[in-house]
Design a protein around this ligand. Structure first.
Ligand SMILES: C[S@@+](CC[C@H](N)C(=O)[O-])C[C@H]1O[C@@H](n2cnc3c(N)ncnc32)[C@H](O)[C@@H]1O
Length: 230
């Protein structure tokens, strides 16, 4: 099994992911990483203890929201995105496959109105089907390999109710060739796949964490499911 070397978190993550893929359990390594972190946020590469800035700007530009609208946060990590939505009056459910991540959220936000739950994107509760006004998917599709991409996209899109919205934030790649992940950035055809599940693109912006180098391109895409579609 992979051993943690200090100062080399990126390699360690890659090793954990590779071992999980060899066992055909692509989500298995996340719990190991969260549990081994023992509450040290520096050991979780994606955790910034703040809402994603491109979620926050989208929320700032789309207020006011109707109180009580149902929001779902996929792969919620340490909970900051979920808390940002709860502050605006959404009725928020946030889930992650990692029990340690979910109890970490509950410890960080003991008075939160967010319903934090352990759940698996590959085995979603039936009552979540087409159930949410707003679904936030940030950097989870890219964290799972291409052989499950179609299943992941199908699961993500199945959560959005007619008339509801999906906000997606992900890395993208320029070719259809398989990248060496994690992360496994999304190709154009994979993005188009979301629309084949009844979602229409409303707005797309391309950005980079390092604006000077546009080498690692990311997108924020807002989708909406038409009212008539089921
Ligand atoms: C790269 S992290 C991104 C976390 C957060 N969305 C963010 O952007 O900071 C991927 C998250 O997805 C969760 N995850 C992985 N596979 C999952 C699955 N099958 N079902 C639910 N969550 C999953 C992991 O535990 C992890 O918290």
């Amino acid at each position: 099994m992979a051993e943690k070397q200090s100062g080399n978190l990126q390699n360690y993550v890659k090793q954990l992911a590779t071992e999980a893929l060899e066992k055909e359990q692509p989500s298995a390594w996340f719990e190991i990483l969260y549990a081994q972190a023992e509450g040290d946020v520096t050991q979780i590469p994606w955790a910034k203890l703040t809402p994603h800035p491109y979620l926050q700007t989208w929320l700032n530009n789309h207020q006011p929201f109707m109180k009580g609208q149902k929001a779902l946060i996929i792969g919620c990590g340490l909970g900051d995105d979920a808390e940002a939505l709860a502050k605006l009056g959404f009725d928020v459910t946030a889930f992650d496959i990692s029990p340690t991540a979910i109890s970490w959220c509950q410890r960080r936000f003991p008075d939160s109105s967010v319903n934090y739950v352990v759940a698996d994107l590959f085995a979603l509760p039936l009552e979540w089907h087409l159930a949410f006004d707003f679904v936030f998917e940030c950097r989870n599709i890219q964290a799972l390999p291409l052989n499950v991409r179609s299943a992941v996209i199908s699961a993500v899109t199945s959560l959005v109710k007619p008339g509801g919205k999906l906000l997606l934030i992900t890395r993208i790649r320029d070719t259809e060739a398989e990248p060496s992940g994690p992360p496994w950035s999304l190709s154009d055809s994979e993005l188009q796949h979301l629309e084949s599940f009844g979602l229409q693109q409303v707005e797309k912006i391309v950005f980079s964490d390092h604006p000077q180098e546009m080498d690692i391109k990311q997108v924020r895409i807002e989708y909406q499911r038409q009212n008539s579609q089921r």
